[in-house]
Design a protein around this ligand. Structure first.
Ligand SMILES: NC(=O)c1ccc[n+]([C@@H]2O[C@H](COP(=O)([O-])OP(=O)(O)OC[C@H]3O[C@@H](n4cnc5c(N)ncnc54)[C@H](O)[C@@H]3O)[C@@H](O)[C@H]2O)c1
Ligand SMILES: O=C/C=C/C=C(\O)C(=O)O
Length: 495
């Protein structure tokens, strides 16, 4: 993203902040360029400190104006209306997400936008089915008391999200926050401002009161992100993004001791045993390494393969990598889009160079593909596989967030578990085996939040999602989300 193009054509869309039910300008604009070919997608209104202040105050007014006390049935009904409206405007959301991210249109349909309405329905169901915790207490003197905890909203919640699955990750947080009666101020990534903004229209169309859902645009440090996290009017921060940004946000909220929920980076391992169904495994591995050009926090970047099948798995995965079709989002044959930006491609290419310095052999990829024509102005990167690295290499320790993985052999189950767990991250893993006992055993020994067996990124929105170590703080999903987005008051009544 560059600074504002003074000569942008008059037809260039302008993306505004959404505050108290209206679209408002910011303090300056910045350009959003397409990762497909470098063309200008939109000009974005950057929120300044005062714009963010307006958004936080609008959220507080909405909360105090009755939203926080609306009946659960009414709130759930509104969330379902939002879901319906997203479905009715499905193509608009797909177009906006694809323009910002460059991802294949088929993927935006099947994953990003499909999950957006599913998120609202799932949390409408969860909040409708949730009861109160209660205890009948017997005291030493023979008395009895009833303890029960009522849950109120956390308050004004800051929602800060990244660019890889913009609408999916945003709605994964906004849906439970609203279900619990909070008002939100959302800060989407500067790379992907469009769908969060469009969601403002949908909220209004669905009848969500003004001020409940607000959007401010901009960057992190010295911009909308920092203005939001340092604002004394927020009651908590839910954040998805890089671990080092999580650390900066923790420092920002420390003076006022605000709660945080963090879904951060990963350096996820796959473990392939020699008894696995190799065709299915290689298909699953290819998906886990290359989905969304490797830009999913759950993507596999370390593949540990039992030595007997190492060559077969490496050959199969290389074949799958070379069969990927990089291309325009609207082409139905496209499997793989560009990276999000030139800056991000520089980072991923620097890891390709580092891997070579660290002694890697490239099975495939490692550079920039010749796309031809205007696509050469995009942020394209070849799917890349390495061998010859071990766990001491930086390439195996640091999150790259691109279409890359290192393949490493192992001999025993013990060794595989130790290698997979030898990381500062703790987000996700997948284990491939036809021995079900081993599948359960190894999956449970992975120090991660999500441990898949013979699959990857298969989601049930009621299950806990999140990570430990550098991968995050807390879990969201189903009742876990409700815990973060509410605060309990325990009532004790002497009987
Ligand atoms: N664990 C998960 O569920 C999950 C999901 C998706 C992405 N991620 C992680 O996200 C990263 C990629 O996304 P990214 O590059 O957009 O992450 P990022 O941390 O750079 O940015 C995320 C968001 O934080 C904002 N931000 C940046 N600095 C800030 C600051 N100091 N204060 C407040 N806000 C700030 C950004 O503007 C953006 O909106 C990867 O590390 C990936 O693993 C994790
Ligand atoms: O890039 C990270 C993906 C996170 C996915 C989810 O939060 C989800 O599927 O709910």
């Amino acid at each position: 993203m560059s600074s504002s193009a003074a000569n942008a054509p008059a037809s260039t869309p302008s993306v505004h902040n959404f505050i108290n039910g209206s679209y408002v300008a910011g303090v300056r604009t910045f350009d959003k360029v397409s990762p497909v070919d470098g063309s200008l997608v939109s000009q974005v209104q950057e929120a300044g400190r005062e714009t963010v202040d307006e958004a936080v105050k609008a959220a507080r007014r909405a909360l105090d104006g009755g939203w926080g006390r609306m009946s659960v049935a009414d709130r759930a009904r509104l969330l379902r209306r939002v879901a319906d409206r997203i479905e009715e405007r499905f193509d608009d959301f797909v177009a906006a997400e694809v323009a910002d991210t460059g991802k294949p249109e088929a993927m935006a349909r099947a994953l990003d936008v499909a999950r957006a309405h599913a998120n609202f329905r799932s949390f409408a169901d969860t909040i409708s089915a949730t009861g109160l915790d209660s205890f009948l207490t017997e005291t030493a003197d023979g008395g009895r008391a009833l303890n029960y905890a009522v849950r109120g909203p956390l308050g004004v919640v800051a929602v800060i999200v990244p660019w890889n699955l913009p609408l999916l990750l945003l709605t994964w947080k906004v849906a439970p926050a609203l279900a619990c009666g909070n008002a939100v101020v959302v800060k989407p990534s500067e790379e992907t401002p469009a769908t969060a903004t469009l969601l403002g229209e949908v909220m209004a169309e669905a009848g969500v009161p003004d001020g409940v859902y607000n959007v401010v645009h901009g960057f992190g440090p010295d911009s909308a992100g920092e203005c939001l996290t340092t604002h004394p009017g927020i009651d908590g921060v839910t954040f998805t993004g890089e671990s080092k940004t999580g650390s900066a946000i923790m420092r920002a909220v420390a003076p006022l001791v605000r709660p945080v929920s963090f879904e951060l980076g990963g350096k996820n391992a796959a473990v392939v045993f020699s008894d696995a169904d190799l065709e299915r495994t290689v298909d699953g591995l290819a998906r886990s390494v290359f989905t969304n050009t490797g830009q999913v926090c759950l993507c596999t970047e370390r593949v540990y393969i039992q030595r007997e099948v190492f060559d077969d798995v490496a050959a199969g995965l290389t074949e799958r990598a070379e069969a990927l079709r990089l291309g325009r989002p609207e082409d139905p044959a496209t499997t793989t889009g560009p990276l999000i930006s030139q800056a991000h491609r520089e980072k991923v290419l620097s890891y390709a160079a580092l891997a070579r310095q660290e002694g890697a052999t490239e099975l495939t990829g490692g550079g920039i593909p010749a796309m031809g024509g205007d696509l050469d102005g995009g942020a394209w990167m070849q799917p890349t596989l390495w061998t010859g690295l071990d766990n001491s290499a930086r390439t195996l320790r640091e999150e790259v967030f691109g279409p890359v993985a290192a393949l490493v052999p192992f001999d025993t189950e013990e060794e595989a578990v130790a290698l997979a767990n030898d990381t500062d991250y703790g987000l996700a893993s997948c284990v491939w085996t036809s021995n079900l006992e081993r599948g359960h055993r190894v999956a449970q020994r992975m120090r991660v939040g999500m441990s898949w067996v013979n699959t990857w990124y298969l989601r049930d929105l009621r299950s806990p999602f999140g990570g430990s170590g550098l991968s995050g703080i807390g879990r969201e999903g189903g009742a876990h989300s409700l815990h973060f987005y509410t605060q309990p008051t325990n009532v004790c009544v002497q009987l």
